[in-house]
Ligand binder design. Sequence first.
Ligand SMILES: [Zn+2]
Ligand SMILES: [Zn+2]
Length: 132
Amino acid sequence: MNRTGNCLCGQVTFTAEALPRLQACHCSMCRKWVGGPFMAVPCTNAKFEGPVQRYASSEGFERGFCSVCGSSIFFHPIDSDLHGIPIGLFDDPSGLPFKAEFFIDQKPDCYAFADETRKMTGEEFDKKFRNG
Ligand SMILES: [Zn+2]
Ligand SMILES: [Zn+2]
């Protein structure tokens, strides 16, 4: 299903096909990047327009942000068609059940989500998504 959204200032817009789930990452990089847990929807066929700045945050991964207002726009494994887009950018965030939490071992002890999710440590995440 094609979804649309935009950043805080409205200059970056996107369309994307959302996979039907919401997931959170608690890793220290994501928390620096968005100021808290990174709650994102994995999307394919994402098309962005406007002043997107790309930042190579680690080997093989880049993050996009709006160069005007600073909104986080996407997390992207460079050799894939996937973009993780923050749930807060979507015009319609409905119908995307919260399914998974990554880097649960890096989650600060000051909060926890109540929804039933599949929780993976950083090591489990790397095994599944980086080394095959
Ligand atoms: Zn903006
Ligand atoms: Zn992360």
